[in-house]
Design a protein around this ligand. Structure first.
Ligand SMILES: [Zn+2]
Length: 419
């Protein structure tokens, strides 16, 4: 069988493996959250709070969608016209057009251009967040954060670009196989080291201080059968007033993190309710499952790029002879951007199911739907979330059930299991 034949077979196997993972590990049954309860929950909120949240979300919307559209247009312009290939050549020219210079500097230049065109929207977004009191950092702190994230992306990007184009040269016929394995490995590695290498670049983490809350949280984890070494507090208040908690990493790097803003704002019972939700993510290995699906997706993307990328009309559009040249990188990036655009709503839908399960877990574990509901109200207030967002936006990008859905699920749970 030819390398193309093997690639097609590998792609089929990866797609089936990904689908099997999803079918088996995604909690497809979503606990009920009747629309009548949702509407009642919406009516229970102060109208001025709902209006303010909608005004805020409406103020963010034009910038977010414009940034998405402009990012897509630039990616397509660079990838589906010879412009991107010329940019890569230009970046390699001071080094005699050496392939390493083209791969590394050209690749980073293309990514940087795509980043810079959306930078004005990021600036604008920050001004809106500040105007509504959500952002608390200074412009210099914000700029420092931005530079740090560019630097981190440049490091990861440089490793990926150099690795990718080295493999392309060493194995011109089978690069897609090594590339797929490398991409999957990189996804797993990044997710694993994220909490210990990346997150500390942006925040300080301290163990939750000894006291009744810590005792309660550790007891809850023990009752839930989830081994939690520590609950960490992030100094999120240095840049935001939003409240949040999350689980990141897996195996030895797994951690439950709560924002210090949450500890300041919420009652201990509400914090416990949030931690109970996070314990579900830990118990069901949601980060690991997400990482494995992501790794399968990355591997499939590399094989798919190999199969699609040798299509002559595409190469002609991009003004390159072969997908293996560093000048074809903008074409690869354009294809990846397109796939990402389509994948976003699917990822969001899966995420909402996982989050709904975590809510159900929190309700069952704490047996306290009233506190859960109070916490949801507080989350929506502090984060200026639209309690019942427009359907199209919800379907495209909402990673969590809406506030009214979460409250409705709590009320339905309370009816089913009265205390
Ligand atoms: Zn969650």
């Amino acid at each position: 069988m030819s390398p193309r034949g093997w690639a097609a077979l590998t792609l089929a196997v990866l797609v089936v493996a990904g689908l099997v993972t999803l079918v088996l590990l995604v909690p497809w049954h979503r606990p009920p959250a009747p629309r009548a309860d949702q509407l009642a929950a919406l009516r229970d909120l102060p109208p001025e709070q709902v209006a303010r949240a909608r005004e805020f979300r409406g103020a963010l919307r034009p910038g977010s969608w414009s940034a998405l559209l402009l990012g897509l247009l630039v990616a397509l312009l660079l990838g589906l016209t010879p412009l991107g290939a010329r940019l890569v050549e230009l970046a390699g020219r001071p080094f005699g057009g050496h392939w390493i210079a083209q791969a590394l500097l050209g690749g980073l230049a293309v990514v940087l251009v795509a980043e810079l065109v959306t930078l004005p929207f990021a600036v604008w977004r920050r001004t809106v967040l500040t105007r509504y009191g959500l952002r608390t950092d200074t412009w210099s702190d914000w700029t420092l954060d931005l530079v740090k994230s560019y630097a981190l992306s440049a490091i990861v990007g440089a490793v990926a670009l150099l690795g990718f184009y080295t493999v392309l040269r060493l194995a011109p016929r089978w690069w897609w196989a090594f590339g797929a394995a490398g991409a999957a490995g990189l996804v797993v590695l990044l997710s694993f080291v994220l909490p210990v290498l990346v997150e500390p670049v942006f925040n300080r983490f301290t163990p939750l201080a000894d006291g009744p809350l810590r005792t309660e949280v550790m007891e809850l984890a023990a009752r839930d059968g989830v081994p939690v070494r520590d609950v960490l507090v992030a100094d999120a208040s240095r840049r935001t007033r939003a409240v949040n908690a999350y689980v990141s990493g897996f195996g030895p790097t797994r951690r439950v993190v709560v924002y210090d803003t949450l500890l300041h704002e919420a009652t201990p019972a509400e914090v416990t309710s949030v931690v109970a939700h996070e314990l579900s993510h830990a118990k069901h290995h949601d980060v690991l499952v997400g990482t494995v699906t992501g790794a399968l997706g990355a591997a499939a993307a590399v094989v798919g790029l190999y199969l699609v990328g040798s299509w002559p009309p595409l190469l002609r559009l991009a003004g390159v002879e072969s997908i293996r040249e560093p000048t074809a990188f903008p074409l690869l990036l354009a294809l990846v951007t397109l796939v990402g655009l389509v994948a976003t709503p699917a990822q969001a839908a899966v995420s909402r199911l996982v989050e709904a399960r975590a809510d159900a877990h929190a309700l069952a574990l704490t047996g306290d739907p009233a506190t859960f509901e109070a916490m949801q109200r507080r989350l929506a207030t502090a984060n200026l979330a639209d309690p019942d967002p427009p359907r199209w936006e919800y379907l495209y990008s909402a990673t969590h059930p809406s506030m009214v859905e979460r409250v409705a699920a709590a009320r339905a749970h309370a009816r089913k299991a009265p205390r």
